[in-house]
Design a protein around this ligand. Structure first.
Ligand SMILES: Nc1ncnc2c1ncn2[C@@H]1O[C@H](COP(=O)(O)OP(=O)(O)O)[C@@H](O)[C@H]1O
Ligand SMILES: [Mg+2]
Length: 323
């Protein structure tokens, strides 16, 4: 007014500001929240859809695959290049592992076959030499020592040959048999060693029959485990052979000894070829490698618990397909 300048401020009452804010908050709650939920939902569904090929790869290639990877799995259908690439790489890797495994299997099978012939020839040549009347005592003793080594060699090669024959599935498994009979037969064959070591051996088994197994291989499996229970036992020790049946779905035979036990670190390696504990006790470290390959072939699960200086307990578990 006049030359005087005035500042005109136009404001709202706090009450009307509050009312606006409330309206805004309501909009946020009623519109933004459902919107966020819808977006989240779309994202979940979309991710599921997008990641479906990955789920397929994990399920069909990795989870279901049992070694050796022989089963045929269909090609992945996806438009995403990365998934196709991943699927192809995993398939290729599996093929390479299979190929390497086959090669190794073929090699050990051929090597043991090829070794057997010269060893047998060597054995019969030494036998002929030993039959010679003109030998001195010293010469005869040396030949005998050589013969001992050849027998050892033959046992090793025979064991390797057996493993490779089992791994090449050269044994049918269609026998039905009573387990207690097989076990008693194995114990019978080892009886002289049980007596020698003054071991108390007790068998408490129910007359359970198993099917889809190979009689000779099963005998070998029990023989090797019981043989170890004697071999690694103390003089005057004990062996208990018992069983347990779980609701007709699984049947377990336990072979428990009071022997020297196996330490934890060694426990993971006892089924490997040529792995053996003490060098004091004679052995080739192939007994349990044979047991392992037989168990895999027959679909039997093995369980070992052991305590150093206390003893070892083997569980031989038969599943539904055997009962
Ligand atoms: N019942 C057992 N008690 C203690 N140690 C055992 C028993 N069974 C196996 N082992 C250990 O596992 C190793 C591998 O066994 P195995 O393959 O039968 O070979 P080997 O009997 O020729 O030594 C043995 O050398 C031994 O150290
Ligand atoms: Mg053994």
């Amino acid at each position: 007014m006049g030359n005087q300048s005035y500042l005109l401020e136009i404001g709202k009452k706090t009450a009307s500001i509050n009312a606006d804010a409330r309206a805004l908050q309501q909009t946020a709650i009623y519109i933004l929240l459902p919107l966020a939920l819808v977006i989240l939902l779309i994202q979940i569904v979309y991710n599921r859809y997008l990641l479906k090929p990955l789920g397929y790869i994990i399920r069909s290639r990795l989870l279901k695959a049992g070694f050796p990877f022989n089963q045929q799995v269909g090609k992945l259908k996806s438009s995403t290049y990365d998934f196709l690439y991943l699927d192809e790489s995993i398939s290729r890797l599996m093929q390479q592992i299979n190929y390497a495994f086959e090669k190794e299997r073929e090699f050990s099978s051929n090597a043991s076959h090829e070794l057997m012939t010269p060893i047998s020839i060597l054995q019969s040549k030494i036998e002929n030499l030993m039959a010679d009347d003109g030998l001195t005592d010293g010469q005869y003793k040396k030949l005998e020592a050589t013969m001992h080594i050849i027998r050892r060699l033959k046992k090793i090669v025979n064991a390797l040959l057996l493993i490779s024959r089992v791994e090449n599935s050269q044994f049918a498994h269609q026998d039905v048999l009573k387990l207690n009979e097989i076990i008693e037969q194995a114990v019978e064959e080892l009886q002289h060693r049980v007596a020698q070591k003054e071991i108390t051996l007790q068998i408490q088994l129910s007359p359970v029959s198993v099917k889809n197994v190979n009689r000779d291989l099963l005998f070998q499996l029990f023989y090797n485990i019981i043989n170890n229970a004697i071999k690694f036992n103390k003089t005057g020790g004990s062996i208990y052979i018992t069983d347990q049946q779980l609701n007709y779905k699984s049947y377990t035979v336990f072979i428990e000894d009071s022997g020297i036990g196996i330490d934890e670190q060694q426990l993971g390696e006892i089924f490997y070829r040529f792995k053996k504990g003490t060098t004091r006790i004679e052995g080739y470290g192939l007994g349990l490698a044979i047991v392992d390959s037989i168990a895999r072939h027959e679909g039997i699960i093995l369980n070992v618990e052991s305590q150093k200086e206390k003893g070892t307990k083997f569980g031989i578990i038969f599943g539904e397909n055997h009962l």
